[in-house]
Structures are given as C-alpha cells and as structure tokens.
Design a protein around this ligand. Structure first.
Ligand SMILES: Cc1cc2nc3c(=O)[nH]c(=O)nc-3n(C[C@H](O)[C@H](O)[C@H](O)COP(=O)(O)OP(=O)(O)OC[C@H]3O[C@@H](n4cnc5c(N)ncnc54)[C@H](O)[C@@H]3O)c2cc1C
Length: 266
C-alpha cells in the first residue's frame, strides 16, 4: 500500500501571442506601432488581455500607459470577460477522488481530462491521506491507523471483486478484451474509497482560475482542495503576478493557510 500526502502541481500550458500577426492587424487598421499600442511589452498573457480590452474601444496607443494600472482597472471594474482569453493548463497528481469530485463542479471556463477508473487497473492505487491525518502526534497516528486499516480492506475487496467479476462475466458477451476489462473494472471500482489517488489535466482561463481560487482557498473549503488552490495560486502569482497579486495568503491558528482576493469574482 502506498500513501500520498500533498499534490504535485505541474503548469504545462500557457498563453502565446503571434506578434507578427498582431503587428499586421495594427498596420491594416492604421494603428500606432506595437510598442505604442501594446503596453504589456512581450508578456503574452498580459498582451492577450490588453489587445482584447483595447479592441472594445479601439484605444490602441491611447488611455492608461502602464500595464499594471491597465490590468488593475479591469479587475477593479469587474471587466472580467477579457481575462477569459488567457488559459493555463495544469496536471495535478497525488490528489484524491474526493478532491477531483469537488474540482469538476467548476464549469465555466474549465476543461478536464482525468485518469479513467474503467480503463486503468487500480490494484496498485495509492491513497491520499487527508491533511488532518498527516499531522504529527499520537492522536493523528491513531486516526491514521484507522484510515489505513479501512483503505487496506477496500484495496483487498477491489482485488477480490476483480477476480469474482472476471469469473462472472462471460467472454462471449464482449466484442473485445478491452470492453470486458472495462466491464470488470467499472463494477469493481464500486469499493474504491474517496481517498483513491487520481491524476487530472485541468485547463482554465484566468477569470475561472481566480473564481476557483477564491472559493477553494477560503477558510470554509476542504483542506485538501484548499492546499491545492493555494499551490496553484502561488504558481500563477510567480507566472503572471499582475493577474493574481491582489490575492493575500494568510496562516490560520490551526496551521492551515487561506487566500482571499481584493477583487472578488471579476
Ligand atoms: C466550501 C464549499 C462547499 C460546497 N458544498 C457543496 C455541497 O454541499 N453540495 C454541492 O452540491 N455543492 C457544493 N459546493 C459546490 C458549489 O455549489 C459549486 O458547484 C462550486 O463551488 C462551483 O462554483 P460555481 O458554480 O460558482 O463555479 P462555475 O461552475 O465555474 O461557475 C462560475 C460562475 O458562472 C456562473 N454560472 C455557471 N454556470 C451557470 C449556470 N448554469 N447558470 C447561471 N450561471 C452560471 C455563476 O455565476 C458561477 O458562479 C461547495 C463549494 C464550496 C466552495
């Protein structure tokens, strides 16, 4: 049995601007050259937002001259739709099925691809230890012993059920071995616990990530998804500070962290 504490978070996709085409657009529209029209410099994420926002009023080369000022004005006036042009994709591993069940409730602006429990055998699955049980001390150790006993039992039942279903489902009923394996695993997974480790590729735009972080890094969110939301926040703050630097991360007396934004639900 293997146990996991803490998610791995990989930022795998980020936005990209074709600057030659932007220049062609500016030329065709008789607008000022790139350096005057676009204040974001060569930052592709900020540029995508600026290009889209300035297009609304054809204000290239006019108005706010500093990109920080420009972006904070959009955030503070809840002009959030332009943030939908910028997407970041993450791979999360070492997360539980209970976390991903909460994660996939976020619909607007999100795309998901998750490891399948029908195609992939879970006999050697890892299990995610809830943060409350990953603490030091005798009480946590005792609670963890209870958790591990339950998980070992579930893992044993999964193996037994796989064997029972293998004997039960006739080969002649399936057009391929893959379909039969799927039928076995889709039934056997009934006994897999919420703590079963999973992997998921999640892409969302900046408006959606901000909303996700606001809800899931709040003190009332589950600790596991809260830790994940704060990891994502830290990575995005490093990647593109101007779009996420209004979020403040704080430590609570119980040792956990929360984050909240200055600009709510933009
Ligand atoms: C602490 C916490 C506890 C929770 N507990 C429960 C629970 O007990 N049971 C439960 O079922 N869920 C629960 N949820 C999930 C919650 O109800 C939302 O489904 C989840 O947080 C996604 O939020 P959202 O709908 O705002 O996000 P998204 O789906 O990403 O939507 C973003 C925004 O787009 C708009 N929008 C999206 N879809 C529509 C639509 N169809 N119509 C109109 N506007 C739309 C809304 O303004 C919405 O806020 C909980 C969430 C949190 C953070």
């Amino acid at each position: 049995m293997s146990y996991v504490t803490g998610a791995n978070v990989y930022l795998v996709t980020r936005p990209s601007v074709d600057w030659q085409v932007v220049q062609a657009f500016l030329d065709d529209e008789n607008l000022p050259p790139l350096t005057e029209s676009i204040r974001a410099g060569k930052d592709d994420a900020l540029a995508a937002i600026e290009i889209s926002a300035r297009l609304c009023y054809m204000s290239y080369g006019r108005g706010r001259r500093h990109i920080e000022d420009f972006i904070h004005n959009l955030l503070s006036s809840s002009d959030g739709s332009v943030f939908e042009h910028v997407n970041y994709g993450f791979v999360f591993t070492g997360v539980s099925r209970s976390l991903t069940h909460e994660l996939v409730r976020h619909r607007a602006g999100f795309a998901y691809s998750q490891r399948s429990q029908r195609y992939v055998d879970e006999t050697d699955a890892s299990f995610v230890v809830p943060p409350a049980l990953a603490e030091d001390g005798p009480e946590a150790a005792e609670a963890r012993r209870l958790l591990e006993a339950a998980l070992e039992s579930a893992a044993g039942s999964y193996t037994d059920l796989n064997q029972a279903l293998d004997a039960l489902l006739p080969r002649s009923s399936f057009s391929s071995n893959t379909d039969r394996r799927k039928a076995v695993r889709q039934a056997a997974r009934a006994v897999l616990p919420n703590a079963t480790e999973t992997k998921i590729f999640v892409t969302a735009n900046v408006r959606a990530w901000r909303h996700f972080i606001e809800l899931r890094a709040a003190s009332f969110a589950d600790w596991e998804i809260r830790q994940l939301a704060i990891k994502v926040l830290r990575m995005l703050q490093e990647e593109v500070p101007i779009l996420f630097d209004d979020f403040v991360i704080e430590s609570l007396p119980d040792g956990t962290e929360t984050a909240s934004p200055e600009y709510s639900k933009v």
